[in-house]
Design a protein around this ligand. Structure first.
Ligand code: FE2
Length: 286
């Protein structure tokens, strides 16, 4: 089968470099989605990359804070983070683990480093919820590294399937509303891979090691480390390591196409609902 006869080539339509930011009690991070340049990419509201060898950049952690109306997804590359919430849930996120937290109607939680030294590296992604699910009961999908399938779909290509499908392999995360794809793709020098994104998804690739060439023919664009490419034009994405090996996350989701009213940790459909979130939080209803 010639894939190109059935699918249209996807390409990078916009390139974005994250900006330095600080969140929680002063954790240094790079904000890629959710800043001025790319406020959102429906259904994605925020993408932060955190990565440092300096404990002073992360030790303060993310003490108690609320969320309502969306999902926070933490993917740890290095380091350990302990999370606790006001509903009695607690867990330790280790290297390679993922936590997909559906905040729904709201909770108060903390995310604190469980180490005094060494490297802390990973991503936090915010995924919006449709109006009908914004006030749902909070829920966790949490998987240690060994429960995330690893596939080798082509020579020199290793993919961790967090969400979505690669061949016959399905990632452990389920979320029917946005049907997300979340892949950690490692390309060895010279390796190429073609992946078909679900039809109608909004998607992006973010390179966190090396550089990658995305797209085909004249549409090839190079993403350097810490660059995000918004994808468009088609569903078949060709990836190639640019020079040395590369690592990227490829993330996609079904857009919700609903009005977004957001303020800090609350993401609702109307300003009124955001105000209500403040009131409910202050009255201890989370
Ligand atoms: Fe949080």
């Amino acid at each position: 089968m010639n894939a190109t006869t059935r699918f249209h080539a996807s390409r990078v339509t916009r390139k974005i470099r994250g900006t330095a930011a600080s969140d929680g009690a002063g954790v240094k991070l790079t904000r890629v989605i959710g800043g001025a340049e790319l406020p959102d990419l429906d259904p994605f509201l925020l993408l932060d990359e955190f990565g440092t060898d300096k404990p002073e950049d992360y030790l303060a952690g993310f003490p108690d804070h609320p969320h309502r109306g969306f999902e926070t997804v933490t993917y740890m590359l290095d380091g350990r983070m302990r999370h606790r919430d006001n509903h009695g849930n607690e867990g330790l996120l280790g290297p390679g683990s993922v936590q997909w937290m559906t905040a729904g109607r709201g909770l108060v939680h903390s995310e604190m480093p469980e180490q005094q030294a060494g490297r802390m590296r990973g991503f936090q992604l915010w995924v919006n919820l449709p109006a009908k699910d914004k006030m749902a009961v909070p829920k966790y999908q949490e998987f240690a590294a060994e429960r995330i399938p690893v596939v080798t779909p082509a020579n020199g290509v290793t993919v961790k399937v967090i969400a979505g499908t690669v061949g016959d392999v399905r990632g452990p995360i389920t979320q029917p509303a946005t049907d997300p794809v979340y892949l950690d793709v490692a390309l060895e020098r010279g390796a190429t891979w073609e992946y078909v994104l679900p039809e109608g998804h909004n998607a992006f690739a973010y390179v966190f090691e090396g550089e990658a060439k995305l797209g085909e023919g004249e549409d090839v664009r190079v993403l350097a480390t810490h660059e995000l490419g918004v994808l468009g034009g088609g569903d078949l994405l060709r990836m190639e390591a640019g020079g040395e090996s590369a690592r990227l996350i490829l993330v996609g989701g079904h857009p919700l196409r609903e009005p977004v009213a957001r303020y800090g940790p609350f993401v609702m459909n109307t300003k009124q609902e955001v105000m209500q979130a403040f009131v409910d939080f202050q009255e201890g209803k989370f």
